[in-house]
Design a protein around this ligand. Structure first.
Ligand SMILES: NC(=O)c1ccc[n+]([C@@H]2O[C@H](COP(=O)([O-])OP(=O)(O)OC[C@H]3O[C@@H](n4cnc5c(N)ncnc54)[C@H](OP(=O)(O)O)[C@@H]3O)[C@@H](O)[C@H]2O)c1
Length: 234
């Protein structure tokens, strides 16, 4: 049975990934900051394991907490994890020039950037022993330097550009272990972060990204992929 570990699995794109993988019979390690408040996830876990559904377990994880990431890695040390999905993210608390909140920027970096490397360090063995051996970072078109035609959003944009660099370096560093590492552009998605104007539902975005994952080969590692399956400019 294939297994996936998802960060920020309680709502938005992360929840859609969890539901989609569970429906397809995957073992789902769904992580979120506050399991007691994750009602949808609780429902998914409670109904999991029946009729071809994969087993879903819920694990508390604040990805800004390096100690908690290392501890979860240890508690799941014996598992095999095919897809390590760094999905948890925060948006820009102070997007305009002249109003930057530098302390908040540090927190955005912890969640959107540093967590992906910490997760890779904590779960490298579990991914390396799996069948698919994939680490994915959910980035954003706003992390593309080439695509930035509107400015602002310093914290969010830089955190996602840096996430892309993390995934690129992971691709180099872990190639010898057979691990594929990619950054993903999920599109503009109707979630709390994306707002109602998004052009894709969370289900559709997750479905499309899964279709991209399914086609990845070692030659595709270290790249930035759009949900349509095309490469996106850095
Ligand atoms: N929606 C879009 O249009 C869009 C576009 C491009 C990229 N993205 C990226 O896609 C990913 C998912 O976004 P979304 O649209 O689904 O956003 P969302 O609905 O706002 O969900 C964000 C998720 O991240 C979690 N999270 C935030 N800080 C965390 C922390 N310190 N530790 C653990 N989890 C934390 C949230 O958990 P809590 O409930 O505990 O806050 C929530 O589960 C993000 O990385 C985002 O940057 C989204």
């Amino acid at each position: 049975m294939n297994a996936v570990l998802i960060t920020g699995a309680n709502r938005g794109i992360g929840l859609a990934f969890a539901q989609s993988y569970a429906k397809d019979g995957w073992r789902v390690f769904a992580t979120c900051r506050t399991p007691a408040k994750a009602k949808e996830l609780e429902k998914l876990a409670a109904g999991s394991g029946a009729k071809g559904q994969g087993v879903v377990s819920v694990h508390a994880l604040d990805v800004a907490d390096g100690t908690a990431i290392a501890a979860l890695g240890k508690s799941l040390a014996a598992e095999s994890i095919d897809v390590l999905l760094n999905n948890a993210g925060v948006y820009d608390p102070s997007p305009s020039f002249g109003r930057t909140d530098y302390d908040a920027w540090e927190q955005v970096f912890r969640v959107n950037t540093m967590a992906a490397l910490r997760m890779a360090e904590a779960f490298v063995e579990q991914v390396a022993r799996s069948q698919k051996k994939l680490m994915a970072g959910i980035s954003s078109g706003m992390g593309s330097i080439a695509d930035n035609g509107s400015g602002g959003y310093y914290a969010y944009r830089t955190s996602k550009s840096a996430l892309q660099m993390v995934m690129r370096s992971l691709a180099m560093d872990l190639r010898g272990r057979g691990i594929i590492a990619v950054a993903m552009n999920p599109g503009w998605v109707k979630t709390d972060m994306g707002g109602p104007g998004g052009t894709l539902s969370a289900d559709e975005s997750a479905r499309r990204m899964r279709a991209v994952f399914d086609k990845l080969t070692p030659n595709d590692s270290g790249k930035f992929w759009h949900h349509t399956g095309k490469e996106f400019p850095w």
